[in-house]
Each structure stands twice: as structure tokens, then as C-alpha cells.
Design a protein around this ligand. Structure first.
Ligand SMILES: *Cc1c(COP(=O)(O)O)cnc(C)c1O
Length: 350
């Protein structure tokens, strides 16, 4: 069974997500250079994006929490204001908009299109930004815009890949093929360090030439394609393809969302409950009307996390956002237990 988006055919193995992003950035840069576009030296990215913690990955990430102190070391990238559907500036909603916010991308491409080699995005889900979810239409438009300007589209599917969003890859929701796709986390089910940077024949061919031409991609890590990582990945892919794990996970994602709506839907301090596949997030607010968040000094998410721990539930807050990204094999009674404990922790802390 062919699972990756159509047209992605070539694989560069590595051992962690950040490494696969570094590989993607260098590959995009060198591809453009070898195609005669040596002016295309810059990268675009979305605000509040996260792509890992090595220097290149930090440069295309925009969260100060991880990057601030290293700013002088980082590449000068072009940031596009990301969609923020919960607090949409155009007064639209996630499921009924025309991606009005895409105008920010159009402006950036118009201004910097000829100096840009690639744009990197987390497709549909900006995880570290607070599990922010944006519509597939945005990705479709981005694919078209990239084609128009000759800019490569890099999809960082490290968090979203392998069934997390209800489809194999987040890009599948939009029916698009990126030029380069990074995968890691779910590739081995989290059991062994392993990552792949996947690309097209077209990009591969720009590197394939006589040794003496110097066009090769000089990029390797000692543990690239580590055999134990590879065999864990093969085993996990076998399970995903030969069992109903993904189907079940999709159903459980719907169930989890329904349980959260039932439990928190009327809570005046719950601004939004958002869901894509198994990933479900609750954004806490001080005031529902104004969508004003709790002051970060209150550390509301962290306090709820601490309280939940005493109940045997391990949450991982992102500021005022509590999220669930459980194992694909979670069952309904486990979901019930998690939601109940979370509700008790929220009640006690608030
Ligand atoms: C986890 C993650 C990374 C970084 O992967 P590491 O293996 O931690 O280096 C990059 N991008 C996204 C979207 C991630 O979720």
C-alpha cells in the first residue's frame, strides 16, 4: 500500500526530527542553487512555528521560548503571520472561511518571492503554538502560490504524520504533495530514534550527476538509517497498514472530542475545544467573550498539570492550552478516565 503523498519518491534517512529539518533546508537551498537560482537564499516560515532545536530548525521556528537567546546565531528568515482561527482577525470561523488571512502569505511572496528558496510549515496543526489548527484550504493555496513563485514547499509532518490527525498525513486533508516532507515521531511509534526527509524525483535529479561535477548532497550523520531504527519503523508501518489501528484511532478522536464538549463545553473558562484526529486541545480563558487568556504569570496550565498528576493523569500544558495527544491504541474507558481526571483538576485549580 502506498501511503505517502503522490510524487514523493526519494528518501534521506536520519535519526531525529531536527536532523530531518536541517536536511530539508540544505536540500532546498542546494536544489535552487543547482537549478541556477543562486539568489534564492532565504527561507520563509509561519509565525509561532516550531521545527526543532538545532540552529537551522530554530531559525525557521519563531517561538521566543526556544530561540530568543540564540537570535544572533540564526538565519534571517521571512516570517508570515500564521492563521489563528480561534482569534480570527477577519471575524470568520475555521470551517467557513476563505482563508482571508492568506493575504499575509501573498504579500510576503510578492515582496520576497525571488530571494526565497523554500517555505516550511507545520501542516494544519501548529503544535508548540498551542495546538492551533488551521483549515486545509490554507495549504492548498500555499501549494499554488509556491508553484507560481518557484518556491519549494517543505511540510514538517514530524508531529502530524502516521495517523495523528485522522489521515496518514496532515497534507492528505488538503490533497497536496509538498516538495519535501519531514517525518519522525510516529514513524517508529516513538520507540526508536529515526527520521526521514522525503522528496520528489525532480529534486533528487538536480543532485544526480557525475561525481566530479560536485552536485552531490554532502550531508550525512553517522547513525543515519540506523538498522534498529529502520526495523522498528518497518514493524510499526506493518501494524498501521495491516490492522485497524488508524481507523479506530480516528473513531476515538471523535469520541474524545465529544467527551470534552460534554464536559467542558459550558465552562466559562473554556474558550475553545479544538480537534483534529486524536489531537484535542482545550484553550482556557479568563473571559470567554473577549477571549482574553489568563495572565501567563498565573501559570494556569502548569497548575492544572500539577494537580492532574496527583490524580494519576499526565497532561502537558502549553501555556493556557491543555491538550490530549494520546497513544493511537487508547480505548474509550481510558479516554473517559482521562477526561474525568482532567475535569476534576480544572475544577479544583480554577
Ligand atoms: C518534535 C518536532 C520536531 C523536532 O523533532 P526532534 O526529534 O525533537 O528533534 C520538529 N518539528 C515538529 C513539528 C515537531 O513536533
Amino acid at each position: 500500500m502506498k501511503i505517502i503523498p503522490k510524487g514523493l519518491t526519494k528518501f534521506n534517512f536520519s535519526d531525529n526530527g531536527s536532523a530531518s529539518v536541517e536536511c530539508a533546508l540544505k536540500m532546498a537551498f542546494q536544489y535552487q542553487y543547482q537549478c541556477g537560482h543562486s539568489r534564492r537564499t532565504r527561507f520563509m516560515c509561519l509565525s509561532d512555528g516550531y521545527h526543532g532545536e538545532t540552529i537551522g530548525a530554530l531559525s525557521v521556528g519563531t517561538l521566543d521560548l526556544y530561540a530568543k537567546i540564540y537570535k544572533p546565531m540564526l538565519m534571517d528568515t521571512i516570517q508570515i503571520e500564521a492563521p489563528d482561527c480561534y482569534r480570527c482577525k477577519y471575524g470568520k470561523c475555521r470551517d467557513c472561511c476563505g482563508c482571508e488571512c492568506f493575504v499575509r502569505a501573498e504579500e510576503a511572496f510578492a515582496e520576497h518571492g525571488d530571494e526565497t528558496c523554500a517555505i516550511i510549515v507545520e501542516p494544519l496543526l501548529q503544535g508548540s503554538a498551542g495546538m492551533r489548527i488551521y483549515p486545509p484550504l490554507y495549504l492548498k493555496k500555499l501549494r499554488e502560490l509556491c508553484d507560481r513563485y518557484g518556491i519549494l514547499l517543505i511540510a514538517d509532518e514530524i508531529a502530524t504524520g502516521f495517523g495523528r490527525t485522522g489521515k496518514y498525513f496532515a497534507c492528505d486533508h488538503a490533497g497536496i504533495t509538498p516538495d519535501i516532507m519531514c517525518v519522525s515521531k510516529g514513524l517508529t511509534g516513538g520507540y526508536m530514534p529515526m527520521a526521514i526527509t522525503i522528496t520528489t524525483d525532480e529534486i533528487y535529479d538536480a543532485f544526480y550527476a557525475d561525481y566530479s561535477s560536485g552536485r552531490a548532497f554532502m550531508h550525512s550523520h553517522t547513525y543515519s538509517g540506523n538498522p534498529l531504527g529502520c526495523s522498528a519503523a518497518i514493524a510499526v508501518q506493518g501494524i498501521l497498514q495491516n490492522t485497524d489501528v488508524l481507523e479506530k484511532a480516528q473513531e476515538r478522536g471523535v469520541y474524545l472530542y465529544a467527551r470534552l464538549m460534554e464536559t467542558f463545553g459550558d465552562n466559562p473558562n473554556v474558550g475553545e475545544i479544538r480537534s483534529i484526529g486524536l489531537i484535542n486541545a482545550i484553550e482556557l480563558v479568563e473571559d470567554r467573550e473577549s477571549k482574553k487568556g489568563f495572565d501567563s504569570s498565573l501559570r494556569m496550565g502548569y497548575r492544572i498539570y500539577r494537580n492532574a498528576l496527583t490524580k494519576g493523569l499526565l497532561l502537558r500544558p502549553l501555556g493556557n492550552v491543555l491538550y490530549f495527544n494520546p497513544p493511537l491504541i487508547i480505548n474509550e474507558s481510558e479516554i473517559d478516565a482521562a477526561v474525568e481526571r482532567c475535569a476534576a483538576a480544572v475544577r479544583e485549580v480554577l
